[in-house]
Design a protein around this ligand. Sequence first.
Ligand code: FPP
Length: 285
Amino acid sequence: MPPVLRLRRNPSPPPPPPVPLVRAPRHVAIIMDGNGRWARSRGKPRLAGHRAGTENIRRVISRFADYGVEYLTLYAFSTENWERPPYEVRGLMRLLSYFLKREANELHKEGIRLLHIGDLSPLSPRLQDQIRDAIELTKNNTRMTLAIAFNYGGRAEIVEAVRRIAADGVPPEQVSEGLITAYMNTAGLPDPDLVIRTAGEMRLSNFLLWQSAYAEFCSVSACWPDFDSPHIDDCLLAYSQRRRRFGGLLPDETDEAPSFNGHHANGRAHADEPPRDNGRNGHSA
Ligand code: FPP
């Protein structure tokens, strides 16, 4: 077993955000990738990577909490991860059990509410109980919500929502985006503003497909066990500089905007963006 996960005790008063942001995301969702590569590059078995990844979770929660992020969703086990060798699947189940055993009380003390998204039914009754107990223990906490996506798949979630909508006898004309959202595992949570994936990959891999329709994306080359405060700062800074249009235009981007004359002032794409060459700014459709 890995050592006890360390929490920062009595974190009061909360420190100011380490890097000042124009805008912080409310909900960050993370695809924790690269545990296997992290382990292989050190000549260790894959489970050592998952253990190191589990140890990293606390410090990541703590950093996002310092920025005032209200919701953090972690993709810990996908519906496709059952295809992995049985010893690895068993190891991941044990790590979740270990994490809950060691961390549920600590998360509670820090005011963090725990949620699970995904299908609990194939998990062992003991693990299901642990998850339910941790959810019950932390249900009234308000500092941050930590959602663990375990045995979660975006397509399976949509199928399940459609089945329940049909089973409830909802007439077709009453099916709306809002209604489907209410039938998702994530009902009550805001959509993620920012999805981060580690280990340099740029795929959603069946993660929050419905909810991420307009999420900003940040790919970080570090493997999950090495994902640390400087990466978090970079992602949040990049996010705060994105111009979120949700398919529309911002007021200064229309043909009627005062600055429109074929060029924008100062060689910048938009008046309130940093210069193009700073390498951090992202542009969305
Ligand atoms: C992807 O890395 C990671 C996973 C499939 C599991 C992530 C799980 C944890 C961090 C620990 C368990 C979770 C909790 C909440 C206690 P990979 O193994 O696919 O990496 P690779 O692509 O380098 O092989």
